[in-house]
Design a binder for this molecule. Structure first.
Ligand SMILES: O=c1[nH]cnc2c1ncn2[C@@H]1O[C@H](CO)[C@@H](O)[C@H]1O
Length: 322
């Protein structure tokens, strides 16, 4: 609200409660309508330097205290947010966030890296995104992602070229796929974009051959149960949720929040759902978090440190041989 006022950008309400009523929600709507929520508050913060500083600071604090993920978009295309020209270039935003993440890692004793996100509806941004990934590759940025509305046709050369360049340069790759879209989007993500992880991926179960292949390849699925309820990605009955099948098959997947602001949630929201409706045991929570660490995009040495921390915290055998 403060940044909106300062920049003369009209928001849909002028109190915190009023704005939250537009942004946060707790009953299913479509993915497309969910994505519209971002347009209510993004114009107030994109490419604004004080806003960016405050956002990462709050993000790090949340990240530390409640396991919330940081999820941020950085590019402002003026055709998307026409009235919100800030004082930072995308490059400066990434650099600022990197500094924030590094301060946070030091102050909170956590690992925090950044994934720069391409948007499905903006294929002409993707090369710029991968160039930023390259520039900051050894400085907090570890991977490229592709998010947005999956019903849009992916066969744009922009995303493909960016992902090819990412692979060529050793930049890790994840793609939102099979969240609401069919298994063919996952196939494209894996075969064409060379994704190493799949964001959501629930609809993989509709193509058993593909599912079997991805199980064998130990493909990592970044699942978000509460998000999947609110975006209408899955049957609203959690007892029929794809995560239950993933658990039974001991697939490589993790539990995540997705967008805590909009979903008014913390990681405990997702854990509670897993426990109450999906038959999770403490052992499965441990296994899932070890999966997450193993499939993280940290450099190998740091990944081993993180895994050792988890093994120790979980009372599992700790090998000092690493
Ligand atoms: O669950 C999701 N599916 C698809 N796109 C998403 C999801 N969550 C967020 N975004 C998109 O990614 C951008 C960066 O966070 C957001 O602006 C939103 O458009």
């Amino acid at each position: 609200l403060d940044f909106g006022k300062k920049r003369g950008i009209k928001l849909p309400a002028d109190t915190v409660e009023g704005l939250l009523q537009h942004v946060s929600y707790n009953e299913p709507i479509t993915l497309t309508r969910f994505l519209e929520k971002f347009t209510y508050f993004m114009p107030a913060i994109v490419t604004d330097s004080p806003a960016s500083s405050v956002m990462w600071l709050l993000g790090m604090k949340d990240f530390y205290s409640s396991g919330r993920a940081l999820h941020w978009a950085m590019l402002a295309d003026f055709s998307v947010f026409p009235s919100c020209r800030g004082d930072l270039t995308p490059d400066e935003v990434v650099s600022l966030v990197n500094r924030g993440l590094q301060d946070g890692e030091r102050d909170f004793h956590i690992k925090a890296r950044s994934i720069l996100c391409c948007m499905r509806h903006m294929p002409n941004w993707s090369m710029e995104v991968v160039e930023l990934c390259k520039k900051y590759q050894n400085n907090s940025v570890v991977a490229i992602d592709l998010a947005g509305d999956e019903s849009l046709n992916l066969s744009s050369p922009g995303h493909k070229a960016a992902y090819e360049e990412a692979e060529r340069c050793g930049i890790h790759r994840t793609v939102h796929a099979g969240e609401v879209g069919p298994p063919s989007v996952i196939k494209e993500a894996v075969n064409m974009l060379k994704a190493e992880r799949i964001g959501h991926g629930y609809h993989v179960l509709e193509d058993q051959a593909l599912y079997k292949e991805l199980l064998e390849r130990e493909m990592h699925f970044e699942t978000c149960p509460w998000s999947s309820y609110l975006t209408g990605a899955c049957d609203p009955d959690f007892k029929k949720h794809p995560v239950i099948q993933f658990r039974k098959d001991q697939a490589n997947y993790s539990l995540n929040t997705d967008d805590p602001l909009i979903f008014n949630s913390t990681i405990n929201t997702d854990y509670r759902i897993a426990m109450e409706y999906m038959g999770f045991t403490v052992e499965e929570f441990k296994r899932v978090n070890i999966n997450a660490a193993q499939s993280s995009f940290l450099p190998e040495k740091e990944k081993k440190e993180l895994l050792n921390q988890l093994y120790e915290a979980y009372g599992m055998i700790l090998s000092t041989a690493f």
